[in-house]
Design a protein around this ligand. Sequence first.
Ligand SMILES: Nc1ncnc2c1ncn2[C@@H]1O[C@H](COP(=O)(O)OP(=O)(O)OP(=O)(O)O)[C@@H](O)[C@H]1O
Ligand SMILES: [Mg+2]
Length: 227
Amino acid sequence: MIRVEGLVKDYPMAGDTVRALHEVTFEIPTGSLAAIMGQSGSGKTTLLNLLAGLDGPTAGRYWLNGRDVSAFGVVEWSRERNRTIGFVFQAFNLLPSMSALGNVELPLVYRRVPPRQRRERAQAALEAMGLAHRAHHRPTELSGGQQQRVAIARALVGDPPLLLADEPTGNLDAETGDEILNLLAALNRQGRTIVIVTHSAEVAARCQLVLRMRDGRMLPAAAGGGA
Ligand SMILES: Nc1ncnc2c1ncn2[C@@H]1O[C@H](COP(=O)(O)OP(=O)(O)OP(=O)(O)O)[C@@H](O)[C@H]1O
Ligand SMILES: [Mg+2]
């Protein structure tokens, strides 16, 4: 599903540069439930943003589903993301002025799915997250766990084969975090490839593949505890 080779990311900083990724090389096979771990500042979010095409690498190559996407520009990436990738942010990033349903419909608006079909699919995605009864609530009228489930419904409404999640349980209490993790594991069993950035050893223990980062470098791969 994902293969990167020698990925480098430099951020320009006041005439200098910060190297956030140093020639990172790894693979995540299709169907994996994978964790990316590492201390704060080790480059996890930087890496996930590159994998989603939200930012471009300074150097290195990236194959997504066997296709070389290293040289993709903004337009190609937005099309690719729309088809292939669902993204869940640590801070949910829901639009505050829209209902849960409106937020979940958004990716389908960009895909130009007709309104009625859009609504039906968004309803179904919310229902799958156990939130049918909260469809007309705005994000501020929902709990943290509910907001994250709306964000996951939004990431999944277009049925992408790959889900990238940046600390999806980071802002939640242990119990709610567990529920979200159970949801992600179930989605993985349905065949989706899922990559979770996490600080939690418990989360990583449930992943088949654990990638560990330190100071912008990927440490040698190790097997996790299994799902
Ligand atoms: N936009 C930016 N401009 C300059 N430096 C940046 C930028 N974004 C990140 N960095 C630097 O790159 C390094 C990696 O940051 P990144 O956000 O990827 O870490 P992280 O592993 O996600 O950390 P955390 O666990 O705290 O979220 C850090 O040293 C950070 O200061
Ligand atoms: Mg981060």
